[in-house]
Design a protein around this ligand. Structure first.
Ligand SMILES: Cc1cc2nc3c(=O)[nH]c(=O)nc-3n(C[C@H](O)[C@H](O)[C@H](O)COP(=O)(O)OP(=O)(O)OC[C@H]3O[C@@H](n4cnc5c(N)ncnc54)[C@H](O)[C@@H]3O)c2cc1C
Length: 469
């Protein structure tokens, strides 16, 4: 359903923003109206381009007064469709891209919400610190989007999700008032934690305008390995070994299927397998350490034992930063390479880590029985039990016919996930894509609580009205 906005409200928004604070130019709007995977496209009568929190507040106040729905957009890399408007006013934070403060005493980085994740990394690095959230979309996704989707990524194993990395937030609430929760002591036990409510709220409870983020020391050493393995059980045993040996120094443990790697080798220029031959599964392991050489020594120890015990069939340790980046590219390019092969059934699921082999077996059987010949370019953050359980059409098959079966296939996969105590959305959120599935599987008491919170903060339901519950 397309929402319409009253012409008089559009006129008032234009006046409020001034000539450079909005656009209705179709060329300017076009990239913001289609999602990365081209699954959702949308429309808007006006794109608002605020430069400050006060400007965001003025826009939202007017929308609240007139009951005008808005959609908020950061870098437009979200994968569940929540940032694509269907006729609402579109508010982009692309002009709010200032680094506000780097505080090395409090180990905190404060940025406007439109700062990209890559720019936040650079800002941290300029103070010889690191901000550890790691996503393949880092060049485009924004801190506001990362907070609002509670983004995960490759370093969750050690540092947690975005909600674990946020010290404070500033946000424009659905009535247009500004909540200044940016600078808070690290210990602040004074009631509900509003910032945590906004983390993962997908723009339904307010617009995040700035964030204060946790910084960490730069490691003195870092080692990255690419490992070939024969089956998922062996990779889990390797994970357990790496955890007990490297402890808190284990930063990433990423699983890739041979098909997923094969697609990268075929579609991503300059990619090369760092092992002698092919293996059914691969793992990328990253270890860091506070001691120079410590990470290399830990990884060598882990891999020597794993090769001896048959948990790994082959392994290569990167000998330079360039080689480490090349190893990571084999992981980071999984989504993009898959895209070159045509649309897939996308499933961002999680199960208890120990249940991964059983999940792969049961879901694989159920899906193949439903649609014989489909292909599984599975990859994911296996250390967190999170798999991108994507399913491609049979080689040379009809992609449109495959996609027509998506919803039924998702039901089959979700049934296996839920039976194992997993989640149907591990890190991408609900957006508009998973609303029905979430309503089916989430506890009704929890859904009722969400709805009560949303209705009390946004009684006219103007904020991202089609997103969540
Ligand atoms: C190649 C690729 C790899 C990815 N890898 C990962 C991964 O490993 N882990 C992971 O978790 N995600 C991943 N993603 C998904 C995506 O990058 C994240 O969800 C990211 O956090 C979205 O940020 P964004 O700025 O692009 O938000 P958008 O896509 O613009 O918006 C996402 C949602 O947040 C809301 N929103 C955006 N900004 C604000 C704001 N300032 N205030 C309130 N609401 C806001 C939007 O309305 C929408 O509902 C990947 C995406 C791609 C394309």
């Amino acid at each position: 359903m397309t929402i319409s906005v009253r012409p008089d409200v559009i006129d008032r928004l234009k006046t409020l923003a001034g000539p450079t604070g909005w656009s209705a130019d179709p060329e300017r709007l076009a990239p913001k109206l289609v999602e990365w995977r081209e699954r959702w496209s949308g429309s808007t009568p006006i794109l608002m381009l605020p430069k400050s929190t006060a400007e965001v507040a003025a826009i939202v106040s007017l929308c609240a007064e007139t009951g005008t729905p808005v959609t908020v957009q950061g870098g437009n890399t979200g994968l569940v469709g929540g940032q694509i408007p269907q006729g609402e006013v579109l508010i982009s934070l692309e002009r709010m891209h200032k680094v506000l403060e780097i505080d090395t005493f409090d180990e905190a980085l404060t940025v406007q919400a439109g700062v990209t994740l890559a720019a936040a990394h650079e800002a941290a690095l300029s103070a010889r610190r690191r901000f550890p959230l790691g996503l393949a979309s880092e060049g485009s996704c924004t801190i506001g989007g990362n907070v609002s989707t509670n983004a995960g990524g490759t370093a969750v194993l050690r540092f947690g999700n975005m909600r674990d990395l946020v010290l404070g937030l500033e946000a424009v609430m659905p009535d247009g008032r500004v909540w200044d929760g940016l600078v808070r002591p690290r210990k602040d036990n004074t009631g509900y934690d509003l910032k945590q409510l906004l983390c993962g709220a997908e723009g339904t409870l307010g617009i995040v305008t700035a964030a204060r983020l946790k910084l960490f020391p730069l490691p003195a050493s870092r080692a990255v390995a690419f490992v070939g393995a024969s089956n998922p059980r062996a990779t889990l045993d390797l994970l357990a070994r790496a955890r007990s040996d490297a402890g808190g120094s284990l930063e990433a443990f990423e699983l890739m299927s041979d098909l997923g790697v094969d697609l990268v080798l075929r579609h991503a220029p300059n990619s090369r397998l760092p092992l002698e031959g092919r293996h059914p599964w691969y793992v990328l392991i990253e270890v860091t350490d506070a001691e120079p050489g410590g990470a290399e020594r830990a990884l060598e120890r882990i891999l020597a034992a794993a090769l001896e015990d048959g948990l790994a069939d082959d392994a290569a340790i990167a000998q330079s930063d360039g080689q480490a980046a090349a190893f990571w590219a084999l992981r980071e390019n999984q989504s993009a390479a898959q895209k070159s092969e045509g649309q897939a059934w996308k499933n961002d699921i999680s199960v208890p880590v120990s249940a991964i082999p059983e999940f792969l077996e049961l879901a694989g059987k159920a899906v193949s029985a439903f649609s014989p010949g489909v292909r599984f370019p599975t990859f994911g953050h296996v250390g967190d039990g999170n798999l991108h359980y994507d399913v491609l059409a049979p080689a040379g098959g009809d992609v449109a016919a495959h996609m027509a079966q998506r919803s039924e296939a998702t039901g089959i996969i979700n049934a296996v996930v839920v039976a194992m105590g997993g989640s149907i959305s591990a890190e991408h959120g609900i957006g508009v894509m998973k609303v029905d599935d979430a309503l089916r599987y989430k506890d009704p008491v929890e859904i009722a609580a969400y709805r009560a919170i949303r209705a009390s903060l946004d009684p006219k339901r103007i904020m991202n009205p089609r997103v969540l519950f």
